[in-house]
Every structure is written in C-alpha cells, then in structure tokens.
Design a binder for this molecule. Structure first.
Ligand SMILES: Nc1nc2c(ncn2[C@@H]2O[C@H](COP(=O)(O)OP(=O)(O)OP(=O)(O)O)[C@@H](O)[C@H]2O)c(=O)[nH]1
Length: 128
C-alpha cells in the first residue's frame, strides 16, 4: 500500500506529464515456497480488491511464463493508456523527456585514460 501511495504521489506531483494514473500491478513472487509463505493468497486478493489493481501470484523459479505475463499485462495497460492519449500530448511528453537526457555528442570522450567511449545523441532519434 505504501508503494502504491508513493507511485501515485510522485505521479500527481508530475501530473503535467500525464492526467491518467500510471498502470500498477501487485505481484507476489516465490509462490513455490509454499511452506515459507509470508502473505496468504487471500491477503493478496483483498489488497487487490482494496486498491482496485490486478494481482498476480507467480514463481520465477517454476515458470518464466508467469513472470512474462505480468510484464505483458503492464505493457497492455500502458499501450491502452497511450492509445487513449492524443498524439500531440504524447509528442509533448516525449519531448520533455528528451530535454532531460544530457546532450552527448557522437565524438564525446569520457575519462582521461586511453579508453574512450562514444555516444550517439538520443535527440537524433525520431521522436515517435
Ligand atoms: N524459490 C524461488 N526462489 C526465487 C524466486 N525468484 C527469485 N528467487 C531467488 O531469490 C533470490 C533473490 O532473487 P533476486 O532476483 O536477487 O531478487 P531480489 O528482489 O533482488 O531479492 P529478494 O528480495 O530476496 O527477492 C535468488 O536466490 C533467486 O534465485 C522464485 O520464484 N522461487
């Protein structure tokens, strides 16, 4: 509940970037360790009902599909959110994000040692 509150609070502070609440899912991992359980399925379901958020009980050890399904659910929720936002809003949000990425020229060099690193500027990428 604290994490959910925190995510929503941070989002509301930055509300200029998006009016919709961010997608959140509740995930309980390690369900294979049945005898070491710290949270009952019922508690998870009650939290899910209380917060009106989807709940997944998974075991990353037993099944990668279960973990993948959590990310798919988040992806679908985010895609739905984006498809319901006007394109101009999306462009503006992306532009603002781009502003926060420091401009690094492709011939930049990091460090004084003989080792050097090159970067391409993110701003050169198409915004869509
Ligand atoms: N039995 C079991 N072990 C798991 C599962 N998922 C992760 N682990 C193990 O839990 C340990 C911690 O996994 P991490 O991926 O490092 O997770 P973490 O969030 O950094 O750490 P924890 O808070 O301990 O979960 C590792 O030894 C994993 O192999 C699971 O579904 N079942």
């Amino acid at each position: 509940m604290r994490l959910c509150f925190l995510v929503n609070h941070i989002h509301s502070v930055a509300r200029k970037s998006s009016p919709d609440p961010p997608p959140i899912v509740i995930v309980a991992n390690k369900k294979d360790l049945e005898f070491d359980r710290m949270v009952t399925t019922e508690d998870g379901e009650n939290l899910s009902k209380g917060l009106k958020l989807p709940f997944h009980e998974i075991s990353a050890r037993d099944s990668y599909e279960e973990a993948a399904s959590v990310f798919h659910a988040l992806y679908r929720a985010m895609a739905q959110l984006l498809s319901s936002s006007p394109t101009t809003f999306r462009r503006r949000a992306v532009s603002k994000l781009m502003e926060k990425i420091p401009r690094i020229h492709s011939n930049s060099t990091l460090g004084s040692s003989s080792q050097s690193f090159s970067f391409s500027s993110f701003r050169d990428l198409p915004q869509d």
